[in-house]
Design a binder for this molecule. Structure first.
Ligand code: ZN
Length: 261
């Protein structure tokens, strides 16, 4: 299910819940009606709000009293990942890559390179499937297939147990299943929207504003829906982003270093 389909389905579910609530209210069950409406509203908001803890705790920022922040890259590895790794190596920065299992299978040498260069490899699921309406079996399969692909690529212990759901969208089964498999859920403090390709200077400026002690910055080294797509603007922005962190005295680290388990 793509993002747009998930949104349509969520609106349909919300409309149906509103209908049930209205029916209950008409029949004099005002309390129940309010409950249904409130639960539907809360569930709907939480599903699309990556950082709300309503559907389970989310790791989204580090301590504000230490000068550390994390750059994170979703959806790879892909065609631009080597250039992202090159730019990080030049800047001496280690980051966290939320990889798709499907992409790890396609580019095993890039997963190996991430690990060899000291980056954290974390999970973004197998194929960017939206999880809001999915049950435990589907969520577990997304996580397990990704573990196998990453470990086949770069050995046991490569995949750290940190999971960022595609778009941050979660359903009732997402957190419970991830936790049962030993994962923490990850969010972010600042989305840069680099996938909209707003221009290198805009990406750098958004990062400059976002980078502060404890910040988790969301970038992309690939595209969850369009795997061959390149991320040239993100690559070209990286020297400026790393300079911006250095100039405000913030050291860029992995998410496990920023928020130890
Ligand atoms: Zn993604």
């Amino acid at each position: 299910m793509r993002k747009s389909q998930a949104v349509v389905r969520a609106v349909a579910t919300g409309t149906a819940a509103a209908g049930v609530a209205a029916l209950l209210a008409r029949r004099g069950h005002a309390g129940s009606a309010l409950g249904v409406a409130a639960a539907a509203a809360a569930g709907g908001v939480a599903a699309f709000a990556p950082n709300l803890p309503l559907l389970g705790p989310v790791v989204r920022r580090g301590a504000a009293d230490r000068p550390l922040a994390a750059l994170t890259f979703d959806d790879g590895p892909g065609p631009s990942t080597p250039a992202v790794l090159d730019a990080l190596a030049v800047a001496g920065v280690r980051a966290t890559f939320f990889v798709l299992g499907r992409q790890a299978e396609r580019y095993p040498h890039l997963v190996e390179r991430m690990r060899a260069e000291g980056h954290q490899v974390a999970s973004h699921g197998w194929d960017h499937g939206i999880l809001i309406f999915r049950g435990p079996r589907y969520v577990a399969e997304q996580l397990r297939r990704t573990e196998r692909a990453v470990e086949d690529a770069a050995g046991p212990g490569t995949l750290t147990r940190l999971f960022r759901a595609p778009h941050g969208f979660r359903g009732p089964a997402t957190w419970a299943t991830a936790r049962a498999l030993g994962y923490r859920m990850a969010g972010w403090t600042a989305g840069v929207f680099d996938t909209a390709e707003p221009g290198v200077d805009v990406i750098v400026e958004r990062c400059r504003r976002a980078i502060a002690p404890g910040a988790v910055v969301l970038l992309h080294d690939a595209d969850g829906w369009d795997p061959p797509r390149e991320r040239a603007q993100t690559v070209d922005a990286l020297p400026g982003i790393c300079d911006a962190a250095a100039s405000c005295g913030v050291h860029l680290v992995t998410m496990d270093e920023l928020v130890p388990a």
